[in-house]
Design a protein around this ligand. Structure first.
Ligand SMILES: N=c1c2ncn([C@@H]3O[C@H](COP(=O)(O)OP(=O)(O)OP(=O)(O)O)[C@@H](O)[C@H]3O)c2ncn1[C@@H]1O[C@H](COP(=O)(O)O)[C@@H](O)[C@H]1O
Length: 107
């Protein structure tokens, strides 16, 4: 089991975004803004799909990591905490007591 979580990565991204370090990819993405970050997220999503369709498990793991990192960057630029997404997912399990969300049909 990995000793690492998306919450930790979110914290790292937040720290690096405002580090002012010219070598930081995170700081560069935040400086370029949502259009560039969303574009990178889309590229990583496509690369993940290609790895999956090819059945390349090693690439799928690597591209998934790129995808999750860029997804968290996009959430960060949008000002949406990871916890908001986790609460949304939790609601869909029916565990959070948000009955209307749990029973909502999925599109
Ligand atoms: N998890 C990641 C991570 N995953 C992917 N990437 C970067 O995402 C970039 C995208 O890779 P691509 O090959 O698609 O892009 P590219 O060809 O380099 O760039 P373009 O020419 O497409 O603009 C690469 O520079 C990767 O290094 C990441 N950069 C940072 N992190 C995490 O963020 C932390 C802080 O990183 P810095 O902000 O760079 O200090 C790191 O310690 C990691 O934990």
């Amino acid at each position: 089991m990995a000793q690492f979580s998306l919450a930790e990565l979110e914290t790292i991204i937040h720290q690096r975004a405002h580090s002012g370090d010219p070598e930081s990819w995170t700081a560069k993405l935040f400086a370029k803004g949502m259009d560039k970050a969303a574009q990178k997220l889309g590229e990583e999503a496509v690369e993940t799909v290609i790895a999956a369709v090819r059945g390349d498990k090693q690439a799928l793991v690597s591209e998934s990591a790129d995808l999750m990192y860029h997804w968290l960057v996009v959430l960060g630029i949008a000002g949406i905490p990871l916890d908001d997404v986790l609460k949304e997912l939790e609601g869909r399990t029916g565990r959070s007591g948000v009955a209307e969300k749990a029973s909502r049909p999925r599109g």
